[in-house]
Design a protein around this ligand. Sequence first.
Ligand code: SF4
Length: 342
Amino acid sequence: MEKQILSGMTLEELTAFTDSIQESKYRAKQLHNWIYLKSVSSFEEMTDISKKTREKIAELALITDIKIKDKQISTDGTIKYLLEFPDGNCVETVLMRFDNRANLTACVSSQVGCACNCKFCATAKLGFIRNLTPREIVEQVLTIQRDTGLKVTNIVFMGQGEPLLNLDNVLKAIDIFNKDFVIGIRRLTVSTCGIIPQINRLAQLDFQPTLAISLHAPNHELREELMPVEKKYPIDELMNALKNYVGNTGRRITIEYTLIKGFNDTVECAKELAKLLIGLKANINLIIYNPNDKDDFEKPDKISVQKFKYILEQSGKKVTIRLERGSDIDAACGQLSNKYKN
Ligand code: SF4
């Protein structure tokens, strides 16, 4: 009989498992606690369960079937993992720490590869391979916790894949992060390149993770050059969907804008962006482009970044510049997978 994988199971599913092996509901709670809150790697570590019962469970189940294929540690504390699933597919997951904050943020993948083909993205070069299951999404965070012994406090869906093109599975994973990991819904962020029908669907839910929009350009023409999704879901329609989302949910959204030298980092672009975002309850997160070996884009210079920020701030928006993490390792999404693929 094939062994069951316990990581990623909800308490109800663990209870069904313990029922099936004639163990009590209390046993399910113990397993749940050891897997999610104590992040153990082996049944031997579950010391409040008798040795005999641990051996019985170990014969029928595994804690996980995911392997760490590669791991890179940056001097700033960022850890990047390449995780391998039993079918041989790999995804990237990153743990980011910020010295001045207690937060530990995991950046998770939602798909193997991606179909969206954004021009600045290393993952796009892999193409789309498959969606991840809820368990495979959840396992990325459990693997980090098991490996480091630390408890993740924030999760961002900004790794490989477009989360809104795998929305059912992403929502199931979010439910597990919220209930089983006990991470508040506002500490869970979903980032999308702008899949309008799914943004409309999120607007109707009873609970909303924080929504981040990868905008990266202030108008249709520039955005179309960077992001093929713009052809299907143009920026004007996207803005309407976002206003509707904020109106329905009351939630502030985040606009992500990657600054690329000479392409979208000009004063004109900043003014156009400020105008575009008038009336939208949003913070802006500026990202400094991190060049990868295969493209023609360049990192913006410091002065143009500061000017861009200043113009947006003058329009009344809160603007942050995302701290560069892991610049000495292959931390940009897709870089590590590409290395292995090659
Ligand atoms: S940036 Fe995100 S949506 Fe665009 S290709 Fe990369 S993974 Fe896909």
